[in-house]
Design a protein around this ligand. Structure first.
Ligand code: PMP
Length: 381
């Protein structure tokens, strides 16, 4: 049996999506690629919640984050970074790298950004020095999810450009870019879209497009003015990862045949079931109640359970691949991803393995306790 991959990305990819990559190469400046690219960007729009263009970039998610920074700001611009974990800090670091003056709004680990705290900081910026605000929709390192709807009015009232990393959020949780008024939103192929890594997507509001024209940050590969011009010809400025675009195309067809609301519900149900199982085994969570992610469960083991041997046992003996923690959480937590082409049975199989591996490490539970807790969470309310 193949190992069951339940990472917070890359995720399990369905066979038809993998098979799509076996198609022959086509001219990336020809009619067939144009149809493909148009179809992919049209299929992405509802996930972003936008009527604006969606540009497909040949890069991982970090490339799209960099694109958003270098196209929107100029050296010396003041940017308010609102990290809630590793990926939020990365966003701020990119802005610093390109010469922005980065101020940080700190949030305790495991919490979402407090909209009130954000409002206070922005309201105090009477002379509007803050040019942009950096946010992470879903923080993969802590399993915490921001309430993007709640922050939207606060951001609009101030008027700074709002840049959102939704690499591990889009497709799994609702995002209404146009309605909420976000300016730049980025995502990538290897998360909730359940495709292989290699493609990122970015959408810009009209305000962001105007900012692109004013930005003086040097850029070449990630110049979104070029991306826009070429996208209107059904092309990308540079040779695209054609095979990955084939895969994303099929993944999006599968996604939409399930339906967006059904996909949101699926991720939320899986995350709830996984949390219930971990709780039954005595684990706690990095994320705080009210801020739990639907795509990543970041779980803290009970005293005495060592993470590295636990993950190894899960992988080598039970064929279940979960992830450890990053940065200050390395060696301290286990992360279980709910994204990808996985069914309820896969989740239950992984949960049984969690219980068995916990028992192998000295834990003692009623047999089936974790799966019973998960099944109860799966049951309709
Ligand atoms: N942001 C978030 C929230 C992520 O989860 C990731 C990937 N784990 C990234 C950014 C970076 O994406 P990539 O690894 O595709 O560059």
């Amino acid at each position: 049996m193949n190992p069951l991959l339940l990472l917070p990305g890359p995720v399990t990819v369905a066979k038809p999506v993998l098979e799509a990559m076996l198609q022959p190469m086509i001219n990336h400046r020809g009619a067939r690629f144009r149809e493909l690219l148009d179809r992919v960007s049209a299929a992405m729009k509802p996930l972003f919640g936008t009527g604006n263009d969606v540009y497909v970039l040949g890069s991982s998610g970090t490339g799209a984050m960099e694109a958003s920074i270098v196209n929107c700001f100029s050296p010396g611009d003041v940017v308010l970074s609102c990290p809630i974990g590793v990926f939020g800090r990365r966003f701020g670091d990119i802005a610093k790298t390109y010469g922005c003056y980065v101020e940080t709004l700190n949030t305790p680990t495991g919490s979402a950004v407090d909209p009130q705290a954000l409002a206070e900081r922005l309201d105090a910026d009477g002379d509007r020095r803050i040019a942009g605000v950096l946010l992470t929709h879903n923080e993969t390192s802590t399993g915490a999810q921001n309430d993007m709807a709640a922050m939207a009015p606060v951001l609009r009232r101030h008027g700074a450009l709002s840049l959102v990393d939704s690499v591990s959020g889009l497709g799994a949780a609702e995002f209404r870019m146009d309605e909420w008024g976000y300016d730049v939103v980025t995502t990538a192929s290897q998360k909730a879209l359940a495709a292989p890594p290699g493609v990122a997507m970015i959408a810009l509001s009209d305000r962001a497009r105007a900012a692109v024209l004013k930005s003086r940050t040097p850029r070449y590969y990630f110049d979104l003015t070029k991306a826009r011009e070429f996208s209107h010809e059904g092309q990308t400025p540079w040779t695209p990862p054609v095979s990955i675009v084939y895969a994303v195309d099929v993944a999006l067809q599968r996604y939409h045949s399930e339906g967006m609301d059904a996909a949101f519900t699926r991720h939320a149900r899986y995350a709830r079931a996984v949390r219930s199982a971990f709780e039954a085994l005595g684990w706690t969570f990095v994320s705080q109640p009210g801020a739990h992610s639907v795509t990543v469960v970041a779980a803290v083991p009970p005293a005495g359970l060592a993470v590295a041997p636990f993950l190894e046992r899960l992988r080598e003996h039970y064929g279940v691949v979960l992830s450890g923690g990053q940065a200050e959480l390395a060696g301290k937590i286990v992360r279980f991803g709910t994204m990808g082409d996985i069914g309820e049975d896969d989740v239950l199989r992984a949960i049984d393995a969690l219980e068995s591996a916990s028992r192998d490490q000295g834990g003692s539970f009623e047999p089936g306790a974790a799966a019973a807790a998960a099944r109860a969470a799966f049951a309709p309310a």
